[in-house]
Each structure stands twice: as structure tokens, then as C-alpha cells.
Design a protein around this ligand. Structure first.
Ligand code: ATP
Length: 315
């Protein structure tokens, strides 16, 4: 089957070094790091040896080159990353509050990241995809829906599969149009990778049991529910439930954990691993990633994840 393909924002992240210090005064910053939820996701798929490609757009600048070189080095297909001649690569400045919460200053929709479109290179990649992974966050980009719709149609034609990380911004889903697009993706998804309340947003109702039932009724076959430092649980349409305990790590930088988790779970399932083994690698990928500064710096290969699993205790 063809590669796992995703669509959306490619950014650099620059972070405040000292937790609790806002951006209102000069302070030490670190970065740039390659970033953007779809980019982190696809990098982790590629690091595991899965065929992987991304549709995105960067500027004609060092930040764009940094991303393309990293994704290429890690084995992702970068043929559908276009280079915008004028706009700069998108960016995210992040700072951590003392309680671990994050605040972002994004330059997304008015940067190259916001300029993705259904061009020839994007069509060529989507035409050969065997799996489409949709990031809810990408729906913030005006051109994303055309690409997602095209990708969903190609996947339906070739008998491939679809996953969704429903990490769309809450404010976005209050728009009638975006909510309709989001619901259409849920209806075509085989695997969902929600975190916390995103389960309810995807289901359109509250309560874990009711939400799971509503999603299985729509044809979803597996739901991997991420619970941060509490690990994760996989629910299957067949009624099976698999709990995966979290690995005990010191959290240095939480950004990207969910993307690495999702990439590892999906890649393992596409490689034919059973859910419990896929969940073990997914929990390991998420936990390993939070131990490194930079959103995709902790994305690991199978050898690195095996070493991490062997040397890390679980809650
Ligand atoms: P993000 O938006 O930051 O990428 P998310 O909210 O989508 O993340 P989380 O639930 O925070 O997803 O993390 C995904 C997975 O990563 C968890 O289910 C868990 O396996 C692992 N993980 C995340 N944080 C930790 C932690 N502090 N300790 C151990 N494992 C963690």
C-alpha cells in the first residue's frame, strides 16, 4: 500500500528558556526547531521506517530549509512541500507557565504555511497515498479543505485508510463551515487519535461512553485516547479495550507528544502490529519526545524506542 500522507502547517518553533517568563521583556530564547503538528507527525512516521509524505508550504528562507532538510534526512517525501517566493516560513513562539501550560504566538495563516494549495505536486502525492492522516489543526488554513477533500476521495477510490487527530481549535469549530468539514472527516475516518475533550468534539456529544458509541456508529474502527502522563487507551469497534500505562519520564517539553504518539500507533498498525504492541510503541514515542527540547527532537526510530522501553519504568 502507498505512503502515509498528511497535510498542513510546517513551522519553526522558538521557545522561551525560562518557564513563567512572558514575551513582554527581553529574555533568552532557544530554537529555531522544525515544527508544526503535521510535520512532527510525518517525521515520526518516517523515523520508524514508514513510507511518509507531507503537503505543505515554506518560505524561501533558512526556516524553510531547516524543515525540508530535517524531513528529508529522516526519510519523508518532501516533493509536495512548495516554496513560497515571498512569504516567510510560518513560526510559533512558545512559552511555558510554571504549571506547564503553554502560550503560543503564531504566525500561521499569513505566512507560507497558510499558502498550501492543490497543486500538481500535492495531487501526485495524494494520488499515490495509501493512508491519509488529517490534522484538525490544518483546517485553520484556508486552502486545506480542498486538499483534504481530494485526499479523502483518492483514499476511498484506492481502498486506503484514514486517521484523524481532532486537534482543531475550538473557536474554529464554532464556524458552520469548519464544523461541517470536521464532521465529514470524522465520518470517513477509520482511526481517531483524540486527546481529552477532543473525543467529545469529534463525537458531537458529551460523556465517554456515549461519545465512543456515537463514533463507532459512524464507522470508526479504532479510537486511541491520549491521556498525557496517564498514558492512553485504545477502544475498538469490536468492544475490546486496551489500556497502556505511561512511561515515567521527566517532562522537558510537552509539545509534539500527541503527534509522535499518533504517528507511532498508526505506523505500527499499518505494519500489522496488534493494538497492544502498537500502543506500547505509541506511549513510548510520546513519552520519549517530551524528554527533549524541541517539538520533533525526540521522535525516535524503532531501535531508539526499544532502548527507551527497556530502560524506562512505567507508572
Ligand atoms: P500535544 O498537543 O502536546 O502534542 P496531546 O495533547 O495531543 O499532545 P498528550 O496526551 O499530551 O497528547 O500526549 C500523547 C501521549 O504521549 C500520551 O498519551 C502519553 O503516551 C505520552 N505522554 C505525553 N506526556 C507524557 C508525560 N509527561 N509522561 C509520560 N508520557 C507522556
Amino acid at each position: 500500500l502507498g505512503p502515509t500522507v498528511t497535510i498542513g502547517e510546517i513551522l519553526v518553533e522558538i521557545m522561551a528558556e525560562t518557564p513563567g517568563v512572558g514575551f513582554l521583556e527581553p529574555q533568552p530564547l532557544t530554537g529555531p526547531y522544525p515544527s508544526g503538528a503535521p510535520a512532527i507527525f510525518i517525521d515520526q512516521v518516517a523515523r520508524l521506517g514508514g513510507a511518509a509524505g507531507i503537503v505543505g508550504c515554506v518560505g524561501h528562507d533558512d526556516f524553510g530549509r531547516l524543515n525540508i532538510e530535517r524531513l528529508q534526512r529522516d526519510g519523508a517525501d518532501v516533493s509536495a512541500i512548495s516554496i513560497h517566493p515571498e512569504l516567510p516560513t510560518g513560526s510559533a513562539f512558545v512559552r511555558y507557565r510554571p504549571d506547564g501550560a503553554r502560550d503560543f504566538v503564531f504566525n500561521l495563516t499569513r505566512s507560507a504555511a497558510g499558502q498550501i494549495s492543490l497543486d500538481d505536486a500535492a495531487k501526485a502525492l495524494l494520488d499515490r497515498a495509501g493512508h491519509l492522516h488529517v490534522m484538525g489543526s490544518a483546517l485553520s488554513i484556508p486552502g486545506a479543505w480542498d486538499l483534504i477533500r481530494y485526499g479523502l476521495d483518492r483514499i476511498a477510490e484506492c481502498g486506503g485508510s484514514v486517521s484523524l487527530d481532532p486537534n482543531a481549535r475550538k473557536e474554529l469549530l464554532s464556524s458552520h463551515e469548519a464544523a461541517g468539514q470536521f464532521a465529514a472527516i470524522v465520518a470517513e475516518a477509520d482511526l481517531l487519535l483524540p486527546s481529552g475533550d477532543e473525543l467529545f468534539a469529534a463525537a458531537g456529544c458529551e460523556g465517554e461512553e456515549a461519545a465512543l458509541a456515537a463514533l463507532f456508529d459512524q464507522g470508526v474502527s479504532e479510537i486511541a485516547l491520549k491521556r498525557g502522563d496517564k498514558g492512553a487507551t485504545v477502544f475498538r469497534h469490536s468492544g475490546e479495550r486496551t489500556d497502556g500505562a505511561a512511561f515515567q519520564v521527566e517532562e522537558i517539553d510537552p509539545t509534539g507528544a500527541g503527534d509522535c504518539f499518533g504517528a507511532a500507533y498508526l505506523t505500527c498498525r499499518r505494519m500489522g502490529f496488534p493494538p497492544d504492541r502498537a500502543l506500547l510503541y505509541a506511549n513510548a514515542a510520546g513519552a520519549r519526545n517530551v524528554t527533549r527540547k524541541g517539538p520533533m527532537e525526540g521522535a525516535g526510530s524503532f531501535d531508539e524506542l526499544d532502548a527507551f522501553i527497556a530502560n524506562t519504568s512505567r507508572a
